[in-house]
Design a protein around this ligand. Structure first.
Ligand code: NAD
Length: 443
């Protein structure tokens, strides 16, 4: 089969490469020529484990190509995936649909043959219907243009695996159409369906809302354990042991129950805000009051991490040398969008600390956002003469650090584990003072 993918960012480039890996002929389309010129020669413009080899292999085989031309894309296929960004609107909670509308406004007028547009981006419920109407008005084929929504649940860091072996495929369809969209999508996903990946065919609204609800649930789980962590501190309880206890109950599960610096990135924060905004527009804002609390608990984690750093430095970080390990919003990614690690690093610098930062993959992105931090070339260098070391992204490279070796370079053996990812006993045995939110060690 042939298909195109509009938008070749974290989601779109992965989706395009994975569709080619499944045996289809795929063209990725983006408005960013620098991205396309890298992708064309098989180079992934961001870090995603496993993607580089797969992309290169499929570009070399001729199954995967890239272009900035909408005309070329329309001539190439009649199944078009849309994977452009839907960030938070500036100064508002709602999603900014500018990228999505620009795809529709440029693509639809070129459609002179029956075609299917499939949204993969995360959108406020109701967007697909709105897009369908707009596209049909603009498209010369009119009603022969069908819209479906197939939201994406992949995780950065595991994007290839999540696309090729997803937990489920969701396909939202408009009622009263020819069935062509469903046929094409079943064909494109046939290999996954053969491997018994559950497929849920539903209406457009349910498909769109299922993605927002999934992210709202995950965000709630993280903020729940972080709220409990806030109680653990004055109570002298240990949030890490507590999470293990809760997690052993199969009704609860251990995933997303690690207390720490909270969530960030280009999805969870903006998706819960967009959901609250959309609920308000639909007259159902009360249903999601709890998400406001989820958001505020999450943002408080960053403030509390800064407080912990002040505490570790005797009340103020002014003049302290602080090593920050981690800039990406999570491990296995170079994505620094709304990164808790970077926002803590930035705040510490504002309070007068000399911050030296290192991340295995996110240095270039971090430098663009926060050019004034001191960027070290490795963990050891970041920690040179540090008064405290803050581990703010849970990279395995940081978990594997040798605390005895690191002790030789720091000024004070104080480590703040913002992700509860270090082995406390190992660090304490090497003479370190170990601090983490929600653990009795803080007092
Ligand atoms: P991104 O910002 O990395 O990528 C968006 C891409 O779209 C960019 O390369 C941009 O240049 C391109 N673009 C913008 N306007 C365009 C246009 N008119 N035509 C063609 N290309 C255009 O964003 P992302 O992280 O890949 O997210 C994309 C969507 O997928 C969002 O809705 C997001 O919520 C959703 N999503 C993301 C993830 C993830 O882990 N990143 C997971 C699931 C869902």
């Amino acid at each position: 089969m042939r298909c195109t993918v509009f938008g070749t960012g974290y989601l779109g480039a992965t989706h395009a490469a994975c569709m080619a890996e499944l045996g289809h002929e795929v063209m990725g389309v983006d408005v960013d020529p620098s991205k396309i010129s890298k992708l064309e020669v098989g180079e992934v413009p961001f870090y995603e484990p496993g993607l580089q080899d797969m992309l290169q292999r499929n570009v070399d085989s001729g199954r995967l190509s890239f272009s900035t031309s909408y005309e070329e894309a329309v001539g190439f296929a009649d199944l078009h995936f849309i994977a452009v960004g839907t960030p938070q609107r500036r100064g508002e909670y709602a999603a900014d649909l500018t990228q999505l509308l620009s795809v529709v406004d440029r693509l639809a007028p070129l459609l002179t043959e029956p075609a299917v547009l499939v949204g993969k981006s995360t959108v406020p419920v109701g967007t697909a219907e709105m897009i369908a109407e707009r596209a049909r008005k603009l498209a010369p084929v009119g009603g022969a243009l069908e819209i479906a929504w197939s939201p994406e649940f992949l995780r950065e860091g595991f994007a290839v695996q999540d696309t090729l072996t997803p937990d489920r495929l969701v396909i939202g369809l408009a009622s009263g159409l020819s069935g062509r969209a469903e046929d094409l999508l079943r064909k494109v996903y046939q290999k996954l369906i053969d491997e018994e990946v559950p497929i849920i065919i539903t209406d457009l609204a349910t498909a769109e809302l299922s993605k927002s609800a999934a992210n709202a649930f995950l965000a709630t789980k993280i903020s729940f354990i972080n709220a409990i962590s806030e109680i653990c501190e004055p109570a002298g309880a240990n949030v890490s042991d507590l999470a293990n206890i809760l997690g052993l109950d199969p009704r609860i599960g251990r995933s997303f129950l690690t207390s720490g610096l909270g969530f960030g990135g280009g999805c969870l924060p903006k998706d819960i805000r967009a959901l609250m905004a959309r609920a308000g527009e639909l007259g159902a804002s009360e249903a999601l009051h709890s998400l406001r609390e989820v958001d505020s608990i999450n943002m408080r984690r960053r403030t509390k991490m800064v407080e912990l750093a002040r505490h570790a430095c005797g009340g103020s970080v002014l003049g302290a040398r602080l090593a920050v390990l981690g800039a990406a919003f999570k491990a296995r990614s170079d994505d620094v969008r709304d990164s808790p690690a970077l926002s803590v690093a930035g705040q510490l610098q504002l309070e007068g600390a000399a911050v030296s930062i290192f991340d295995p993959q996110a240095m270039d992105n971090a430098r663009r956002v926060f050019p004034t931090l001191n960027y070290a070339t490795n963990s050891f260098e970041a920690c040179e003469r540090a008064d405290a070391v803050l581990v703010l992204t849970e990279w395995s490279e940081f978990k594997d650090l040798d605390p005895s070796e690191l002790a030789t370079t720091v000024r004070s053996r104080v480590v703040l584990d913002g992700r509860q990812c270090l082995e406390q006993a190992r660090w304490e045995d090497a003479g370190w003072r170990y601090l983490a939110m929600g653990l009795p060690t803080i007092n």
